[in-house]
Design a protein around this ligand. Structure first.
Ligand SMILES: Cc1ncc(COP(=O)(O)O)c(C=O)c1O
Length: 510
């Protein structure tokens, strides 16, 4: 089965615009009303004196433009999105529907606590459930993304050491398979990153940890399972090494979906945990919407959690600020409440079945791995004989050497066959990598289709590599110029600029 988006090239709305076309008939009374209202605005506050540069289109043109755009887009509601690490899984529509209820979206953050008891109860229960799932003492839903949760956790570790008069603890140990946000967060919190490698079996090298640990060690940041999809088999030993040296353990919980309801990070020795609510517990990830990177802490570190927490005094729910050692407030108001509500509904609807999230995603990954690694040109590099947890990293190094076809070419060819590409070239320690994660969402039939697509691509790679390098052809926009497309992401361009570069990025000339 192929999951296709529409193939056409939609102009930007300004290119469709024709002077003085309009989609709305404004009656004279309203026109006069708005002109009078405009006159009342003091000159100093008027941003534009002339007409705003808005596109002019008829109503039907506007509707068709946006509908065509939506048909060009590929999303999780169209077909599988096997993005490892930055997982995008199907998000139950009940979560979307209830979270967009006006009783959630219309609450004003300055409303008196007495009038928002419902939403405070939701946050209170979510904090409790997340604590239960991680084995922590307290949780907050405040950080607005996974990476910001990491930053908060690193600040908590820092303040903990400073309060103990151990300012010399300036080093954070991080494996070289880590998500890039781990070292970035550690550096932002003022730590020096000490890298440790993985063993050929895919575990973090325990001897390398022993070699770098010292009285400068503030802690270690780990995700378990790792970004290789492998469970850290020596995690208890690692926890002892770090704790005995006076350091703390930070858990990057972006991979918690692999062990949800089965194993708890704090039982493995972790002191502080972030969870990607927008990955593990519903709510679209990445470009799909705002996230929530809840932070949970255990033992002494619980005293450093950001304020306010939501608490209950036996009569009402309230925002609790009285946590003397807290690192303070780290975001506005309650945090990103909508993804938190989605996660709450997701958990409430699953109840004890929540462990199936982990069981099915692990089953899906291993089924896929066993089938796909029978194909030529694919290797696993690390832990070849081990079962995976939630994701598997394939290496196309052999295929590249034998045919010249890269991991990127294979990913583009998957687009042609109606799939979203997996995460590519990550983790950095795997050459020509495809990081595939199927989550609990995908059916056996969908996984089989993905394996078949890989099989077809590899066959073509050995037969006609040049044809493959011209992929994608079936998508609205064919092969982009990576450099220009990337540069475009980093600026907020004007529509004239977009118009100009559209023609450039569509060619592979630099
Ligand atoms: C392993 C890992 N850690 C951290 C993050 C950062 O999360 P976010 O994208 O919400 O900042 C991600 C992103 O998915 C991740 O995969």
């Amino acid at each position: 089965m192929a999951f296709r988006q529409a193939k056409w090239d939609e102009p930007i709305i300004f290119e469709l615009s024709k002077y003085r076309k309009q989609g709305l008939i404004v009656d004279d009374e309203f026109k006069k009303y708005s002109e009078d209202a405009l006159k009342e605005i003091p000159n100093d506050y008027l941003r534009a004196r002339d007409d705003l540069n808005m596109p002019s289109l008829s109503e039907v043109e506007v509707i068709r433009h946006f509908t065509r755009l939506s048909q060009m887009a590929y999303g999780i509601d169209v077909g599988p999105v096997p993005l490892g690490s930055c997982t995008m899984k199907y998000n139950p529509k009940i979560c979307e529907e209830l979270a967009s209820d006006r009783r959630v979206t219309d609450i004003h953050p300055y409303q008196d606590e007495e009038t928002v008891q419902g939403i405070l109860e939701v946050v209170y229960l979510l904090q409790k459930w997340l604590a239960e799932l991680t084995g922590a003492d307290v949780c907050t839903i405040q950080p607005p993304a996974g990476a910001s949760g990491e930053f908060v956790g690193a600040l908590m570790i820092k303040k903990y050491h400073m309060d103990r008069g151990e300012e010399q603890r300036t080093e954070m140990i991080i494996p070289d398979s880590a998500h890039g946000s781990n070292p970035a967060s550690a550096v932002m919190a003022g730590f020096k990153v000490v890298r440790v490698p993985a063993t050929p079996k895919g575990d973090t090298d325990i001897n390398a940890i022993k070699a770098v640990v010292s009285d400068k060690t503030a802690g270690i940041m780990l995700t378990n399972p790792s970004t290789l999809g492998l469970f850290e088999s020596k995690i208890l030993e690692i926890a002892d090494i770090i704790h005995n040296a006076g350091g703390l353990l930070y858990y990057d919980g972006a991979n918690l979906n692999a062990i949800l309801g089965l194993v708890r990070p704090c039982d493995m020795g972790f002191d502080v945990v972030h969870l990607n609510l927008h990955k593990t517990f519903a709510a679209p990830h990445g470009g799909g919407g705002p996230g929530a990177g809840a932070i949970c802490a255990k033992g002494e570190l619980k005293n450093y959690i950001p304020v306010p927490l939501v608490d209950y005094d036996g009569r009402k729910y309230y925002l609790k600020y009285d946590i003397p050692k807290s690192i303070g407030r780290i975001t506005w108001f309650y945090g990103n409440i909508v993804p938190a509500v989605k996660s709450f509904i997701y958990l409430a609807s699953l109840g004890p079945l929540v462990r199936e999230v982990a069981e099915i995603s692990v089953l899906n990954t291993n089924y896929f791995m066993k089938k796909v690694t029978k194909l030529p040109g694919i290797d696993l590099i690390y832990g070849r004989d081990r079962w995976r947890k939630h994701e598997v990293v394939l290496s196309f190094e052999k295929l590249h050497k034998e045919t010249g076809v890269t991991a990127e070419d294979v990913a583009k060819a998957l687009l042609d066959r109606g799939f979203h590409a997996p995460t590519i070239y990550f983790p950095l320690i795997v050459p020509e990598a495809h990081m595939v994660e199927l989550t609990e969402s995908e059916t056996k039939e969908n996984i089989d289709s993905l394996v078949n697509a890989y099989a077809e691509i590899i066959q073509l790679a050995y037969k006609d590599p040049e044809k493959l390098k011209a992929s994608p052809r079936n998508t609205s926009i064919s092969r982009l110029n990576n450099i220009v497309a990337n540069a475009l992401k980093t600026v907020t361009p004007s529509f004239k600029f977009i118009s100009r570069v559209r023609s450039v990025i569509k060619t592979d000339k630099t």
